[in-house]
Write a protein that binds this ligand. Structure first.
Ligand code: PLP
Ligand code: ZN
Length: 389
């Protein structure tokens, strides 16, 4: 097991490379000479897949029981989308109600293995809440630099987990200082690196392993809501490893889902560019995927898998959120974007499609209030109630 530069393919020993490859500055990722076994008996959370993850010794591993999330079908949603074989990987069933828990279980375990006791990150909500919870579980100090629009409830979550939430705009300079001068582990991208912490991204691979296990094969298409793009690159790496181990001979086409008002991957994909575009004025209700730009590894994965980058309007995102809620799953707008894009992707009826539902709607009360303004029925008379019944 070692790290390899995605740009110049130089190998490096385990360690933190906060500014990427010391030779060329590109991102590094974890590579393995030997993979497997895929699953071990008794492994907790993502560590069921410990043979595929970068922390060989159990004593460093952190878990809050993340992963093992349901893969569900929703008959009404399938019908509305015209996709009989549509599945949802419900990542809201994680300890802090988002897929980020897989990232921090892997990332903070690696941080402990490498001797770090403090972690810093940057967030619009989910990433920081998850970092704070896993820092608590790992006995690490944690500082979270928050986007000004972070929901109040998520700021409180961060504080209750024992971390320090700090609203800060822009966030990169202070983040870099804590990493370079104060010995903090960065659980996020240090710009201009095109990928978040390499060890954390390994955690996302477990999404692919679970889907393969739950379906008994890989799907034809997977649709992931993306900002930096690790939400797509991580599962893609997982599917590629399953192929390398001979467990599948195919891999899914990977599709990135974005909002029309912030779609740098879509711009690049349409132009068949190798670089991710920069959105000057990102706009969308889906704050979790409202990043100005993203990472090349995800764009490359889209090309290599025969996938695409898709986008949806604000109306389509809200409609998808309401459709999922009416079927029993309340997700946040970023996650609903996966369904909104899947509905217009032109997938064929017989194809199997998995949408990654990355985060929970209940963590975004201010956002829900914007799209859900039905009057509350309070102390009605029986006559008033009967009218509604
Ligand atoms: C709910 C949700 N979906 C999707 C994403 C996008 O993830 P990535 O930046 O890894 O592409 C995020 C990131 O914050 C998120 O919180
Ligand atoms: Zn390099």
């Amino acid at each position: 097991m070692k790290l390899r530069c995605l740009g110049c393919a130089t190998d490096f020993p385990h360690g933190l490379y906060p500014l990427g490859c010391p030779k060329c500055g590109d991102a590094v990722e974890v590579v393995y000479d030997d993979l497997g076994p895929l699953e071990v008996d008794g492994g907790v959370g993502i560590w069921r897949f410990s043979g595929m993850l970068p922390v060989p010794e159990e004593r460093w591993r952190v878990s809050l029981g993340e992963g093992n999330t349901p893969l569900v079908r929703l008959a009404e949603v399938s019908r509305a989308a015209g996709l009989p074989h549509l599945y949802f990987k419900n990542e809201t069933a994680n300890p802090t109600w988002s897929f980020k828990d897989r990232f921090h279980a892997a990332g903070l375990s690696a941080a402990r293995m490498l001797g770090y006791s403090k972690v810093v990150t940057s967030t619009t909500g989910n990433h920081g809440a998850s970092a704070a919870a896993y820092a608590a579980a790992a006995g690490m100090k944690c500082v979270v630099f928050c986007h000004p629009e972070i929901p109040a409830v998520q700021r409180r979550m961060i504080a209750l987990y024992g971390a320090l939430p700090v609203i800060l705009e822009p966030r990169q300079a202070m983040l870099k200082t804590l990493v370079e001068d104060f010995g903090y582990w960065p659980a996020t991208t240090l710009a201009p690196l095109p990928m978040a912490n390499a060890y954390g991204v390994e955690g996302y691979k477990t999404i692919a392993y679970e889907i393969w296990r739950q379906l008994g094969r890989v799907p034809d298409h997977m649709v992931c809501p993306i900002a930096a793009g690790d939400a797509l690159y991580g599962p893609w790496k997982g599917f590629c490893e399953l192929r390398r181990m001979g467990l599948t001979d195919r891999v899914p086409a990977m599709h990135g889902a974005q909002a029309e008002g912030c779609n740098p991957f879509v711009e690049s994909f349409r132009a068949r560019s190798q670089r991710v575009a920069v959105e000057q004025q990102p706009r969308s209700i889906a704050l979790s995927i409202r990043d100005e730009t993203g990472g090349r590894p995800a764009l490359q994965a889209i090309y290599d898998s025969g996938g695409s980058a898709l986008d949806a309007t604000e109306e389509e995102i809200v409609a998808a959120l309401r459709l999922l809620a009416s079927a029993g799953l309340l997700v946040e707008p970023a996650s609903a974007t996966a369904l909104a894009c899947a509905r217009k992707a032109g997938f064929r009826e017989e194809e199997t499609v998995v949408c990654l539902l990355t985060g929970c709607g209940a963590k975004w009360p201010e956002t829900l209030a914007k799209i859900w303004d039905e009057p509350v029925l309070e102390n009605p008379t029986l006559e008033e109630l009967k009218r509604l019944l």
